[in-house]
Design a protein around this ligand. Sequence first.
Ligand code: PMT
Length: 412
Amino acid sequence: MRITLGVTGGVAAYKSAELVRRLQTEGHTVQVVMTRAAREFITSLTFAALSGQKVITDLFANSDGGDANLDSAIEHIAVAQRTDLLLVAPATADILAKFARGLADDFLSTLYLASTAPVIVAPAMNVNMWQHAATQENLATLRKRGVRIVEPGEGYLACGMTGPGRLAEQEEILKAVREVAQAQQDFAGETVLVTAGPTCEDLDPVRFITNRSSGKMGYAVAEAAARRGAKTILISGPTALETPEGVERVDVRTAQEMLQAVKSGFAAATIAVFAAAVADYRPAEPATSKIKRTKDELTIRLKPNPDILSTVAREKGDRVVVGFAAETDHMAENARKKLESKNADLIVANDVTAEGAGFDMETNVVTIFSRDGRDLPLPRQRKTEVAQRILDEVLRVRGVLRSKRATHRAGD
Ligand code: PMT
């Protein structure tokens, strides 16, 4: 999800820094919005560094002498439109009152009114403030409107008192986020097939040709698809990664094994994403016993492997097919060629020589090329986030293809 995290002014504001990390690890993109009071407790720089995005600090640029990081005067509307979940942690008595009464005198309270996304608040405050009738009435109003409250924990508070008012444990907040994510099952009913990792092509019983793919990119796509409700089949070359929750994994070693597994999974798939780095060649005659060392040069003859993506995408029917392109030069040109030559709907191109991109990295820098001519360059971000953006594009393309088919049928 694209989560907007509102941080308001309480001692617990520092805990939200760790929350940003945890949310990103779970595949979400986080846009932080800080109130003026929050900035008394923690700097926006901390959140900017962690989230990799500018932090929004005010409704109007320069109203407090600083830069509010706004792209336009109606930035609250733009942020509202790209918010899948508004999470406020810690939420002060003040912000709860503003939300409950519909006041809109800063960026966060204005965003609350402008957004139709689900809202979670995790209050943190002094025990008397928490128990005050005004706060409790505001909470009751918010609850009635469907705002989810992650109740504060009890214990020793920064103000020296003991009782309820401590920001809930991070796991509690994440549980609430997961429940919202669960409800956003936009891939329910889909069967997504994903290839990931390298293939290994044997030279002899102890040696093989392979590449540097760790599988992280493909596994991130599989995990995101499963989280968004798809039945997900992951066809994986050898990797050190754990199977994501809810994903059915089929292990293969060679390109030929991968082709067989893809062929049998493709029939039931409605979407297929080919993130694997398949060896283009394999030894023509793998030795049956270990090749002995001699003083002579050794020549190994290679023969081409089948192109798995092209083979199955020839007969793709209504499926949305996504290929990758690992490029070192002429990325756009090569990616567009691959769209055609491989009969893919989308090509996710990465320049594997760029910083923070490609093999065995936590992040990637990709441009998603589509058949309908839209090129979507994405900034460097975690592979878990890239995976979400790929799936968003899949749904967009699916919509375009469906309306084209409907127009075509109407014309018949
Ligand atoms: O696994 P990571 O460490 O996270 O790294 C991610 C990645 C760099 C492997 C990934 O982002 C990526 O670029 N995957 C595709 C790698 C690749 O083989 O690219 P290609 O341009 O050679 O192939 C184009 C497409 O055809 C790919 O979708 C590939 O899966 C597919 N292909 C290629 C060869 C072949 N014989 N069969 C195929 O299906």
